[in-house]
Design a protein around this ligand. Structure first.
Ligand code: ZN
Length: 264
């Protein structure tokens, strides 16, 4: 892990990674400055078939486990860490965060890493995945559906990442991956009112439509991150089921794409 750097302002570009040229959303300048590689994967580039085609990274959705293991390794290879220890937790729509030091599949919806060579991978099909990176090279990879969002997992993760760290929240970058955008995210009146209670009108874009990105961003700003240091891919998974897995577009018959990060 490198010494503390000043992070470039965050960007998310679709770039081919590694020898396999796996296309993922990443921040090249972040990697150059800090040695932290982030990647939001899509559907292309894996070995799974049918509804899981092809880069399904989740082991709980009925796909062949051998294919899932291979797909996760493909992501590691593309990121340049073929032998990385990989932490891919069982996600439970809670707010549990873990600091990972070795390979495993604990129950958690956020993984924080403060050592080189340990990679974190979380899965989603419509839920919001985000990554926070500290200028010291520590990072968090987090899953937030509506339950995690209203339980403030983003605020919790941002505070935990800088706890005891030689970095301040305004120095950190955050990256919001593809997820179901508010225009496509219709919810019941109970969920709508809970978003309004927790985040105000900013997180309710229209009646019965809530914004996971606005909720997570609000939490990150509350934690002290600067709005200009929050990059949003602005991609809707439900509108792009050919490029990303979408639970709602497929009535739940789909795989999961991933958010991945590792420090060199
Ligand atoms: Zn959409």
């Amino acid at each position: 892990m490198s010494a503390k750097a000043t992070l470039p302002l965050p960007v998310l570009d679709a770039l081919p990674l590694g020898a396999r040229r796996l296309v993922a959303l990443t921040d090249k300048a972040l990697f150059a400055n800090t040695g932290v590689r982030i990647a939001f994967t899509g559907r292309d580039g894996g070995v799974s078939t049918g509804q899981y085609s092809s880069l399904n990274c989740a082991s709980h959705v009925g796909d062949d486990i051998g294919a899932v293991t291979r797909n996760r390794r493909i992501v590691c290879e593309a990121a340049g860490v073929p032998d990385a220890q990989l932490v891919a937790p069982s996600q439970v729509h809670g707010t549990e965060l873990i600091w990972a030091t070795e390979e495993g599949n604990p129950e958690a919806d956020g993984v924080l890493v403060g050592v080189s060579g340990v990679a974190a991978l979380l899965n989603s099909a419509d839920c919001l995945l985000f990554v926070i990176v500290s200028p010291t090279g520590k990072f968090a990879v987090v899953h937030a559906g509506w339950r995690g969002a209203i339980a403030h997992i983003a605020l919790k993760a941002a505070r935990e990442l800088v706890r005891g760290d030689d970095a301040l929240p305004p120095e950190c970058n955050a990256y919001i991956g593809p997820h179901i955008r508010s225009e496509c995210f219709e919810v019941g009146p109970d969920v709508e009112s809970r978003f309004k209670d927790e985040f105000g009108d900013v997180a309710v874009s229209a009646p019965r439509h809530v914004s996971l990105a606005a909720a997570v961003s609000a939490d990150l700003v509350t934690a002290g991150l600067l709005p200009e240091r929050i990059a949003d891919a602005h991609i809707c998974t439900k509108c792009n089921p050919d490029r990303y897995f979408s639970y709602r577009a497929t009535s739940g018959n789909c795989g999961r794409h991933s958010a991945f990060a590792v420090a060199f």
